[in-house]
Design a protein around this ligand. Sequence first.
Ligand code: SF4
Ligand code: SF4
Length: 678
Amino acid sequence: MEGVVIARGRDGAPEVVVLGFVPADERRIAFNLAFGITLAVTGVAESVGGRAYSTGLYFASKAGQILGEARRQRLEDFRRSVDPDRRFNPGKVIDPRLVARLIGIAGPFTPLVRLMTNRLKPLIGERFDHERNPTGSGTQLGEDRVRGIPADVAWYAYACSQCGYCVNECDQFYGRGWESQSPRGKWFWLREYVEGRVDWSKKMVDSFLVCTTCELCNHRCSSALPIEPSWMKLRGLIVTEEDKGTIPPFEMMAAALDAQGDIWAGYRDDREDWFPQDLRDRHGPGTRANAIYFAGCTASYVEHDIGIASVRLLDAAGVDFGYLGQTEQCCGTPMLCSGKWELFERVMLENIDAVKSAGADTVICSCPACDMMWRQYYPRWAERLGIDYRIKVKHYSEVVVERIASGEFSFPERPDGKRTRLTFHDSCHIGRASGIYEPPRALIRALPGVELVEMAHSREEAHCCGSVLSLIGEPPVAVDLGKIRLDEAVEAGAEKLLALCPCCEFQFRVTAEKKAIGLEIQDLAHLAAEQLGYDLPDPHPEVRRQWAVFEGMIELMTPEGFAALMQDMFPEMIDAMPWGMGRMMRAMARVPGGLGAMKPLFPMLFPRLLPAMMPRLMPEVVARVKQRIAMPDYMAEQMPDLMPQVMDSLMPKMLGDVVPLVSQPLVDHLHASVGRHT
Ligand code: SF4
Ligand code: SF4
């Protein structure tokens, strides 16, 4: 329930408008009975001189009271003059018919209706129990699924009041502008799906996958529906269970993670290279301590400064900690968000095992996504799998700020006496996900020579940077989203934007470059370690190099990208066709109208030919990919192992979109190769 105070109400005096939302499933009888609560609230308002806010269908019999008798009469006169047969708005506004009359006489029965409504309470406001049911198998409402949709998610779809509070600040929506991309639009689509009027399409699968998991919608929803957790639940359903395919570049990350334990296709042997030599004896791989610093993939392979700065900071603050080194693996966030839950579960179990084997009971994270896994997701999955978890999680800012508060640690004054005005971006994955807003701010305030200014949206209101799911799903949308946040930082008068998350920082660096925004972007630990006198590597060149690879892969892994790759390889493709099909196509090219007759068969033919062609073509595919995308040597070396896995996962799902793009070019190529014109 929410209220708005109107300074000058209907009669010029102040009024309060109370708006109530009663989450209830439209498909159930309880939905109608839930209306009894509305009548009860209206009755309370009337008892103190109030009224229903508007007439509509239900309160048309109270039009005089709600609108004022004079206004009702004016409307009545106007209607009589333009609509004497009372055709427009039948039964509404000033035209009470059966429903309004029943509501009109329901007053004395309201206590009875309320009694019934209250008895039905277990269904009204029923919630998905995340603690007991992290993966979404089974629900409080029973194990039933509706057209494959878990019963609780279907319930929420029907409980959504379609009020639209969640729409405007959903970054998936404001980055694209389509209602189907907003929470309200997706609930509406789910109702249509449940009722069999629409079916899954690639577009709709993607619309659930590209949600950035920012969780702002949960905070905004007037009916307190668990929106983001519902999309998360559907991710596992549509990708892991129903194999509808994820966002293609995640297949490359999954193959790399499967092989080497990280999403950047780095070698496992190189994972710990960033760790400072002089700290290895005290904190390096193999040392035992109660707490483990968990660096995560991006700090380990791309933004080394974050890992170095974090361990420098923890060491300077006198924290006893160790580091897993090569036994650390990706925390699994990308796999969870892309619906690849089998791989997520495997790396989660291996990470838990690695921490326990190191004798630790606490994990200290720098990356908010890693923090979210260790703090929120691992314990729930562990409980479901019957694993004894008992691992505490802290962000380094919490640990360092505790030391500052106890007087055990402080930063030295700046010798140059310089002051910097900066702002801080709350990462969704540690802010709204875990409520960690103050420790990073306390750390910033402890830095001498720093002035912290807040952006227009901060803490639980903070807008998402637009990273990962948008950046990988639709890069142009991601930089539009990033620009909105960077503009806020500029408007706040900041010289520098501090990020806590390697992915937010990566996204902001890419955005600043693409949109030519001259704002300095830095990691918080990096800044803090600099204040301690450390000179840290600039992550920008590596971010740029890695982004170029990603961008190339994203472009390649589209129907258009694969079609272009195939067109480059038509001679090799034709040679690789099994059952003499290549020879037959070349022969048909000599027959007038031959290929024209064959072309309609391509959509049926290619899915059958491809499994036999792929192994023969793969060396050529790998060579062409390396030619197209400038990648580091270690990545190029792994392509012969990674590419077949990626193609095996993607091609069966994408071929339907690729074949129409290559059919005519293939016919043209065959004609040209035998000297005929199409
Ligand atoms: S989590 Fe964020 S991006 Fe996803 S639906 Fe909610 S508001 Fe939109
Ligand atoms: S805020 Fe969005 S999800 Fe919540 S009830 Fe309104 S339209 Fe539905």
